[in-house]
Write a protein that binds this ligand. Structure first.
Ligand SMILES: Cc1cc2nc3c(=O)[nH]c(=O)nc-3n(C[C@H](O)[C@H](O)[C@H](O)COP(=O)(O)OP(=O)(O)OC[C@H]3O[C@@H](n4cnc5c(N)ncnc54)[C@H](O)[C@@H]3O)c2cc1C
Length: 483
């Protein structure tokens, strides 16, 4: 008899699990709380614009790579057009210094040396290492063969696992040190994360999918349904049914119960383990992770539809503000902007859309959840401050703004259920760079986890791999080989 699987959550983790399960002969049903799939990987319409709430790049777009082959099984890459950035970002300080972070390591090397000849040796050494990473394929498995293949990269992981600021301290030239930090520091992540991203970009192994998040999720949803998968929208899970330490079903907010042979949670990790399962199926390691690891923060995500084609402005730029400004919970010293003029799905001809992401402290926003007026006022204040900050760099832009949109950590929490409004699960920790959380919970049978909460560093690839891994484990339990 065909075995059945219930999957909680229709984000990339749940959809990946669904596709691999159906390919392996299981009958699956995804229960998604929202009226549409995608979770964090989503977009929404505002006037003639689409605000893309997620994707800047998809890792694994090189057809010769293993990752590409996996995305292809989800129907996501073969017919997808990608836009390749030639630089990661451009940072401008108040002194008029313009620092570009190129995907091409030689170009970046020359550019950095133009700021500091005295740091030539260090610059040459790490840009050479970026070239080495460019030649490596991204590992998709954690078996012996993959481990052997990954040895050269593992060495580089260890070499560059320190936080970016610590690495930047090696520059002799103070200006280069400052520009490097301002342009690249992101939540104090290990420098390898940045070098890896640049290497993927330089090697055209990561690109921006034209059409954004909608295009990606539309393709995987189509594939899932072609494979016979079913998705139930507006179905909010409130509990997991356990019988004799075995997961046998789920409860929904409408009071109904649904049963299956296996249950996978591809929804928020904290809610799954500590709310739905009451913390009964955990251990020291899992508890320690939830107590000590740092999640990606919540963010303000502000978008502006512009009545002008901003093709003359870089597609990714940051600049120092004349003076620091408090936006929400954060003192902002520079503003980073993504300019999506090049994707006509997001904005019509002759127009542009800007997205701005500002990390926030969740505890600042949480109390506002009970005071709608105050919350709306805080959002409006943040929008105003961001527009004033844009004016510093692009005088007159205020008059060109014909659409505004702002999401806060509370928006992300409400829409996706992610813990504290986190936008990508756990941050990579410099001291535990290869850490993964288990796909199974101790003492609980027939239950598996998928999604970014079990794979620090997060992102769409973590959804792909953890969904696939959960199905691999179920196949093993069923004593069938994983296809
Ligand atoms: C602004 C931004 C930019 C990003 N940029 C990139 C990028 O360029 N590249 C990249 O790879 N990644 C990027 N990410 C990260 C990426 O979007 C996430 O890491 C990834 O989408 C997480 O997928 P997931 O399936 O693990 O979780 P989620 O997307 O959170 O999916 C969980 C799903 O479970 C559902 N759910 C939750 N609770 C319940 C319930 N009670 N009942 C039923 N359903 C429930 C949710 O509605 C959701 O659909 C970005 C994220 C953001 C916000």
């Amino acid at each position: 008899m065909t075995k059945s699987i219930i999957i909680i959550g229709g984000g990339i983790g749940g959809l990946s699990a669904g596709c691999f399960a159906n390919r392996n002969g299981f009958k699956t049903e995804i229960f998604e709380q929202n009226p549409s799939a995608g979770g964090l990987c989503t977009a929404w319409k505002r006037k003639e614009f689409r605000v893309d709430g997620c994707v800047h790049w998809l890792v694994g777009t090189d057809p010769s790579g293993d990752f590409y082959k996996l995305w292809d099984q989800l129907g996501m890459v073969r017919n997808q057009e990608f836009f390749y950035y030639d630089y990661f970002t451009q940072y401008e300080d108040l002194g008029g210094n313009i620092f570009r972070v190129f995907g091409d390591p030689d170009k970046w090397r020359d550019h950095m040396i133009s700021f500091s000849k005295e740091d030539e040796k260090l610059i040459t050494s790490f840009t050479r290492d970026i070239k080495k990473i460019m030649r490596q394929d991204m590992p998709v498995d954690f078996d012996l063969k993959s481990a052997v293949r990954a040895i050269p990269t593992l060495f580089l992981f260890m070499k560059y696992r320190m936080p970016l600021k610590k690495f930047a301290a090696k520059f002799k030239n103070p200006l280069l040190r400052k520009l490097f930090i301002e342009a690249l520091d992101w939540h104090d992540m290990p420098v390898i994360f940045i070098f890896w991203t640049l290497a993927l970009m330089g090697a055209k192994k990561a690109g921006y999918p034209v059409g954004g998040s909608d295009a990606l999720i539309g393709s995987v949803l189509k594939k899932y349904e072609e494979l016979g998968g079913k998705i139930r929208y507006n179905s909010s899970v409130t509990g997991i049914i356990i019988e004799n330490d075995k997961a046998v079903g789920i409860k929904l907010s409408d009071g109904t119960e649904h049963r299956a042979d296996y249950i996978i949670s591809a929804a928020d990790g904290h809610r799954t383990i500590y709310d739905w399962l009451g913390g009964r199926y955990t251990n020291k390691f899992i508890n320690k992770c939830y107590e000590t690891l740092t999640p990606f923060p919540g963010i303000i995500y502000a978008s502006f539809g512009l009545n002008r084609d901003y093709q003359h402005i870089p597609y990714g730029f940051q600049y120092q503000l004349k003076k620091p400004v408090m936006i929400g919970s954060e003192e902002v010293t520079s503003l980073g902007v993504r300019n999506h003029w090049f994707d006509r799905v997001l904005c019509p001809e002759g127009k542009a859309i800007f997205n701005i992401m500002i990390p926030q402290d969740y505890s600042f926003w949480k109390p506002l959840a009970d005071d709608r007026e105050k919350y709306l006022a805080e959002k409006q204040k943040a929008l105003e401050l961001i527009i004033s900050a844009l004016e510093e760099q692009l005088p007159g832009i205020r008059e060109e703004i014909i659409m505004t949109d702002i999401a806060t950590p509370l928006t992300f929490e409400r829409y996706t259920g992610n813990w504290k409004g986190s936008y990508e699960g756990w941050l990579l920790s410099p001291s535990r760079i290869t850490l993964q959380l288990p796909s199974r919970l101790p003492g609980l049978d027939n239950f598996y986890m998928a999604g970014h909460w079990i794979s620090p560093g997060g992102g769409l690839p973590s959804g792909l791999l953890t969904g696939r891994k959960a199905i691999g484990l179920i196949c093993k339990k069923e004593k069938r080989s994983f296809q």
